[in-house]
Design a protein around this ligand. Structure first.
Ligand code: C5P
Length: 477
């Protein structure tokens, strides 16, 4: 049965139901649901308690912590109370409602008095398929829903746009309208999407309020940099885009991610190395570091304690990863050795095989004698050095093989030569676009098996997640 509509109820019965619902802090619909559930559970579907009967005990104790609602974690449809403040960005909140509903999220909206200067309650309720609440002292909403229920009968509260005024009220615990009263009564996580003029955002008062709200455990998405509605103004203060807010909301609604690598220490190398010719010139390669960084991020997300030893790249540190930046192969080896012991070591860096034997201490000059002749010396092989350690070798050592021909044969030989446990082989011929690109086609070879596991073309993030899943299986095994 998808839904049940009861028509032709006597007015007196409706009034009695409303009273009973208000006593229990439920909507009338929830109250009827509860009565029917109790009657069926009692095994007598004909003997539905009369509305005047003694109410079942209700635990009205508010939860003090902002814990995710079990409905969200148990796969039921998640419920968001969306508070729309007064700002020009309110028009984006109409799209936000649609985007949330597209993802199966039930949205109940509160529009502040100032918000209603920008968009109408009618458009909000039409998009939300639910009444839009506006007034703390609206007898209809206080009787049937009430700000306490708006605050508690949801898995997450989203404030978008979160104006400077609304944030100031929240930071100081004011509750003089429906939005601020609901936020003060909230027992669920609160996500704020600030939107205001850059001068207001950078005002010390706003900064104090943001700091206090952060300390109170409130979550933020944005504001972004960009043009303001005011002609000719730009800066930080634009509300995050609806899809950014949706992503932030869904991550707060999601059940906590599994952490199969909790307690595992993982050491990763990534990026190219720079081998100096003189103080201003160096030899490098085209490695972007994206694959190694993606592995570091995926391992950290899986709960591992990750150290990333990175050559020079233009990438931000992955969240929750300790990053050590180095330049040359010899620096990279020293950093890796200093970070041992580890449970797993993954060598994804494109380390230069050679360095200039005698790098100049001064900038090399053009002379009449013509160009210099550079003599090279071999760099240490970090993967082989760590794989072949007799003491303190990580139990699982994984290398990479970037090949342009005879991929599997070369990879198999490399696995043996280096002495690692697994080798991730990929074709980096220019036609594949792997170097510097976002996609990768890889094959996993293992020391103790002749089988080759070939993965389909994937984004580097997916390759990272798949490799981390394999590592988690191995660590558990
Ligand atoms: O020999 P080749 O450079 O193809 O080997 C690739 C693998 O060895 C990668 O895992 C890379 O990080 C690692 N490597 C290393 N130190 C080197 C050269 C390669 O750790 N000097």
């Amino acid at each position: 049965m998808a839904s049940l509509t009861v028509r032709k109820l006597e007015e007196a019965l409706k009034a009695e139901l409303r009273l009973r619902a208000a006593r229990h802090g439920r909507s009338v619909e929830d109250e009827v649901r509860s009565i029917l559930r109790d009657a069926v559970a009692a095994g007598d579907s004909h003997d539905v308690s009369a509305p005047g009967a003694a109410p079942p005990p209700v635990d009205a104790t508010p939860s003090p912590t902002a814990a995710p609602h079990p409905a969200a974690s148990s796969g039921g449809s998640a419920r968001v109370t969306l508070i729309i403040g007064g700002g020009i960005a309110a028009y984006k909140s109409l799209d936000l409602i649609r985007r949330l509903k597209e993802r199966g999220v039930a949205v109940r909206c509160i529009l502040t008095r100032a918000g209603a200067e920008f968009i109408t309650p009618l458009s909000v309720s039409a998009l939300a398929h639910a009444p839009c609440f506006t007034d703390l002292f609206d007898p209809r909403s206080e009787f049937d829903v009430g700000h306490i229920r708006l605050a508690r009968d949801c898995d997450l509260l989203v404030v978008a746009p979160a104006t400077a005024d609304l944030m100031a009220k929240m930071a100081n615990g004011l509750a003089d309208d429906l939005a601020s009263a609901t936020l003060l009564a909230a027992g669920r996580p609160i996500l704020l999407a600030p939107a205001m003029n850059p001068l207001m955002w950078s005002n010390p008062a706003t900064k104090r309020n943001v700091a206090r709200l952060t300390a109170d455990g409130r979550h933020f998405v944005g504001p972004n940099r960009g043009e303001m509605a005011e002609a000719g103004e730009a800066g930080t203060g634009r509300m995050a885009e609806p899809l950014e807010i949706v992503a932030a909301a869904l991550s707060l609604l999601a059940p906590p991610a599994p952490r199969p690598l909790a307690g595992t220490r993982i050491l990763i190398t990534a990026g190219p190395t720079h081998e100096p010719i003189d103080p201003v010139r160096y030899i490098a390669n085209r490695s972007s570091g994206k694959q190694g960084y993606a592995i570091a991020a995926a391992a950290a997300a899986a709960g591992a304690a990750v150290t990333l030893v990175s050559g020079p790249v233009a990438l931000a540190d992955p969240a929750g990863v300790s990053v050590i930046r180095v330049e040359s192969a010899r620096d990279m080896l020293a950093a890796v050795e200093a970070q041992l012991p580890a449970d797993v070591a993954i060598f994804a860096a494109a380390v230069a095989d050679w360095r200039v034997a005698q790098a100049g201490t001064q900038k090399l000059k053009k002379t009449a004698a013509g160009p210099p002749t550079l003599a090279f010396a071999e760099n240490p092989d970090i993967l082989a050095t760590i794989s072949q350690r007799t003491s303190g070798r990580p139990p699982l050592v994984i290398g990479f093989a970037a090949e342009t021909e005879h991929l599997i044969d070369n990879a198999r030989a490399k696995l043996k030569r280096k002495g690692c446990d697994w080798l991730v082989a990929n074709d980096v011929s220019p036609a594949t676009g792997v170097m510097g690109g976002d996609r990768n086609t890889v094959h996993l070879l293992k020391r103790d098996s002749d089988a080759v596991e070939s993965w389909p073309v994937m984004g580097k993030d997916e390759v990272a997640a798949t490799l981390v899943a394999r590592i988690a299986e191995a660590v558990k095994g």
